[in-house]
Write a protein that binds this ligand. Structure first.
Ligand code: NAP
Length: 320
């Protein structure tokens, strides 16, 4: 049997998988379970709110991937019973027009959550636009106030993609206390908040990036590897400790041999599945969970703003 470090000794489910093909985690099924709990939350708070919780989405420009993400977010919001409002602006819009729109949405009592689809077209300052959001409606959890709350461990809205990663890890492994986690990528959107969220689960976290030396060796120590890089197939099976959980955040469009393009993750799925105990597919893993967490944040924002008891959809699906 493969020898595992002492902290992994209780992970009998992972040890049992050593040497065998990994279990592939169904992100769509996990997201559907959360969506069902969100839908219940929407049903509960709507009568007291006196209106349906509402998500406003701002899309700037014609980027096809962004347009697809926005369509999926709106479709899922409506499927859980929320109202959604879409604001489309052309790529040549000036920064002030976007910020004016956000200020209007900030003060609109009928809007509970505001999402600005990133990245914005070249020439626009996405960070400044994000900072103009009312933090209580910042359902992506990216404003300074929400980022600061995450660092302090205070109440606030947590970023969707890293929250989805932690959810999948907890659903797969249960209590994460003592697990060693390697996060690859230090972006504000994914890598940094993922590090803090796994830390809050009592994991020991190593945050790595493009200047990290001997990344394969560091990854091989990890019970959980989170790849958020934007480099197709960077993480190989030989980087993974046998039985580990691999969470692939990457979404990269590459050309196939048949001339078509397709989406792949940051993990070389074919080799990693041979070594890992559990692995998320890309697409179909973290992506659906990102939207589920957006809906969780929106129903929570609606509840908080109305001073209602917040039904926590994650707690309903993942009891402590
Ligand atoms: P990003 O802002 O471009 O950050 C990429 C990070 O990867 C940077 O910290 C960079 O290091 C690091 N990096 C680049 N090359 C590396 C290498 N060879 N070895 C180690 N680290 C390396 O990207 P992001 O916004 O975090 O997104 C990452 C990926 O996740 C993308 O494919 C994106 O499409 C995807 N994504 C998916 C979802 C979803 O819902 N599934 C959501 C968001 C993002 P430096 O800081 O040193 O440059």
């Amino acid at each position: 049997m493969t020898s595992l470090p002492h902290e992994a000794a209780s992970m009998t489910d992972i040890i049992a998988c050593s040497g065998a093909a990994a279990k592939v985690i169904d992100g769509k099924a996990a997201a559907a379970a959360v969506d069902a709990a969100v839908a219940e939350g929407v049903r509960q708070i709507t009568p007291t709110l006196g209106r349906i919780p509402c998500l406003a989405v701002v899309l700037v420009g014609q980027n096809p991937a962004s347009a697809l993400y926005v369509r999926n977010k709106i479709r899922r919001a409506e499927a859980v019973g929320m109202r959604s409002v879409q604001h489309r602006l052309s790529a040549d819009v000036n920064q002030k027009t976007i910020i004016d729109l956000i200020r209007q949405l900030n003060t609109d009592a009928g809007v509970d959550g505001i999402l600005v689809q990133l990245p914005l077209p070249a020439g626009l300052d996405g960070a400044r636009v994000v900072q103009s959001l009312d933090p209580t409606k910042d359902v992506d959890g990216l404003t300074s106030r929400n980022a600061g709350a995450l660092v302090l461990g205070a109440a606030g809205i947590r970023p969707c993609t890293p929250s989805g990663c932690v959810f999948l890890a907890r659903r797969t492994l249960g209590d994460l206390t003592g697990k060693s986690v390697v996060v690859i990528g230090r972006s504000i959107l994914v890598g940094k908040p993922a590090t803090l969220l796994f830390l809050a689960e009592n994991c020991t976290v190593t945050l790595t990036h493009s200047r990290t030396g001997d990344l394969p060796r560091i990854c091989r120590q990890a019970d959980i590897v989170v790849a958020a890089v934007g480099r197709p197939g960077l993480v190989k099976g030989s980087w993974i400790k046998p039985g580990a959980l691999v969470i692939d955040v990457g979404i990269n469009r590459i050309d196939s041999k048949d001339g078509q393009s397709r989406l792949v993750g940051d993990v070389d799925f074919e080799s990693a599945i041979e070594t890992a105990g559990f692995i998320t597919p890309a697409p179909g893993g973290v992506g659906p969970m990102t939207i589920a967490m957006l809906l969780v944040n929106t129903v929570a924002a609606a509840s908080h703003r109305a001073g209602l008891d917040v039904p926590d959809p994650v707690a309903a699906v993942l009891p402590r």
